[in-house]
Write a protein that binds this ligand. Sequence first.
Ligand SMILES: Nc1ncnc2c1ncn2[C@@H]1O[C@H](COP(=O)(O)OP(=O)(O)OP(=O)(O)O)[C@@H](O)[C@H]1O
Ligand SMILES: [Mg+2]
Length: 509
Amino acid sequence: MSSFVVEMKGINKNFGEVCAVKNGHIQVEKGEIHALIGENGAGKSTMMKLLYGLFPHDAGDIWVSEKQIKNMTPKRAIDLGIGMVHQEFMLVNELTVLENILLGFEPKKGLTVDFATGRAQVQQFIDQYGLDIQMDKRIHQISVGEAQRVEIIKILSRGAEIIILDEPTAVLTPQEADGLFEILKKLKADGKSVIFISHKLDEVMKISDRISVMRQGAYIGTVQKTETNPAQLAQMMIGREVFLNIKKSEVNSGAKVLDVQDLWTSGEKEISKIRGISFEVHEGEILGIAGIDGNGQSELIEAITGLRKVEKGKVILAGEAITNLSVSNIRAKGMTHIPEDRNKRGLNRALTIWENIIATHIGDQAFSKNKVLSLQHSIDYANELAEQFDIRPRDVTMPTQSLSGGNAQKVVVAREVAMNGKLLVASQPTRGVDIGAIESIRSILEKVKEQGTGVLLVSADLEEILSLSDRIIVMFEGKISGTLTASEATDTKLGYLMMGGKTEEAAHA
Ligand SMILES: Nc1ncnc2c1ncn2[C@@H]1O[C@H](COP(=O)(O)OP(=O)(O)OP(=O)(O)O)[C@@H](O)[C@H]1O
Ligand SMILES: [Mg+2]
């Protein structure tokens, strides 16, 4: 008999030809934070979906609180005290926060929903765990961080004792992630068990008690946090050493490829309105944009790429004004874009990998014969990119829906980079991808630059900004608070500018 709250042994799961998990294994103790790590497509989400009963497993045994469970279903899992916050949230946009939390589990007074009781119950969790949410807002009005807290309350209110979080920090700012960790610590102090999937090894080292590693569907091992380090974890995940510090090539910057002049736009929030921003990107240069999320970075990128109206000012691409042109017009003129939200803007999840890849080539001579799309040519092209960008599994006729999170991101990166534009706008290009893929996406961006394309890079990851950019601009409340060259930039100086400090003062920071 075991003393584990969750035990999964010898788990196998195939999806058709694809083997997602083979001999999967995990043992979770009561009151621990257990990290589950592994490359994109390693089978982490699948293991957890099997535990939650979202689909049946082909072989192996699952115990929950020392009871063997044969036919797990989500209903059964909830009854057993398991709650799961998925990689892609599952909230209903049109409903309020409170309605979402109660959905399907509404307290009733006779036949009607007893909202007063529901509200009081939810308030209790808010107070107990210090979760900052607004119950009467609709989902589309709240931030991603808040939506995640809503998901957490939702499962807590259903009695969850075992809490699965699938890459909860991929969509959070560093500040929001710290907030989430505080919540996790309180859950742990209350005796709840947390299974936490992440690609960020520094986070894993910060928050977890034990760490289990998977590679290509298989179980590799479990280590105590206090007895391991990021290098060992990376080695276990990938089977080789990883070098995130890529060698920056000399800037060979040429003509101005992007010229933004005194740009003004509206903002999602007051502090994210763009108020008079000017900067340039040259051929063969990576310009990084740093800043605490929500200081106008997203709005700036939307304005440049044609997704948000420019109220005042100019955007000039390779000498040609593109201010307020349509997205397709701007793309036709040579701007490519890896958007920050791959689900909203990057991919059509219902289409196959090849369809998503050639979506931007519809109408190209090379892809059609007598205006009819050449299927063979399209698939060949997609196969080539899948190979080059290591999209797994290597079957471009699969719907992108069935790809792991990180591989879906690779599809977007592949498509945009292969367009060979004059300017590549890369927003959070490595969000949700594993360290092996981060290494490869970063060296791809470096190559793009060497070929003479200008790159505008936005990343919430300071380390990424520092390791790739030739110059860095820092945004604060919709303005540029400072500009630094790669050689002068440091964590501290950037941090100082990100809080609204001035460049001259940052020099002494
Ligand atoms: N519904 C599905 N249909 C077909 N294949 C699937 C399905 N779900 C997952 N797979 C495949 O199973 C493998 C494991 O996927 P899984 O989502 O578990 O990976 P992961 O470790 O969570 O990766 P990531 O870090 O990228 O999210 C992948 O090859 C994936 O393409
Ligand atoms: Mg996953």
